[in-house]
Design a binder for this molecule. Structure first.
Ligand code: HEC
Length: 112
């Protein structure tokens, strides 16, 4: 390959790498900001709020198997109510669809 072609390729892919790492940082930041106070940084739900609300351990494969991606997305968009109809997880506000989808993928990645 010609040197100029290689240079062009490097220049063309550099923004992609930057975009991908920015994306990863955003998901982690969004999780930390919007989810961790209940679900915990590690997703185990061992927070003060998590214990109070009886949040399940999202790192547990059995727990992950109990909801679909659609349900996870719905939980984020519409919130979750307990059996008495009390809202225990509020709908997430101020995040785009893409960010919510990324959080869904993040939730899945917590599984051990
Ligand atoms: C105010 C506390 C609270 C916050 C903040 C919160 N959750 Fe939840 N979440 C809950 C409770 C309570 C449940 C229901 C009990 C359970 O499934 O463990 C739940 C359930 C879920 C479920 C399972 C849904 C299902 O259908 O079983 C997912 C996925 C989830 N949360 C993701 C998130 C994500 C992602 C965020 C951040 C954007 C978030 N939660 C923020 C309290 C919270």
């Amino acid at each position: 390959m010609k040197k100029s072609v290689v240079t062009a390729l490097i220049l063309a892919t550099a923004p992609l790498t930057v975009a991908l790492s920015a994306y990863a940082a955003d998901v982690a930041a969004n999780w930390g900001e919007h989810c961790a106070k209940c679900h915990g940084e590690d997703g185990k739900g061992q927070t003060k709020m998590g214990k109070k609300l009886g949040i399940r351990d999202l790192t547990d494969a059995a727990v992950q198997a109990k909801f679909t991606d659609e349900q996870a997305l719905k939980a984020m968009k519409e919130g979750v109510k307990d059996e008495k109809g009390k809202q225990t997880m509020k709908p997430i506000e101020g995040l785009s669809d893409a960010e919510i989808k990324a959080l869904c993928a993040h939730v899945r990645s917590l599984k051990k």
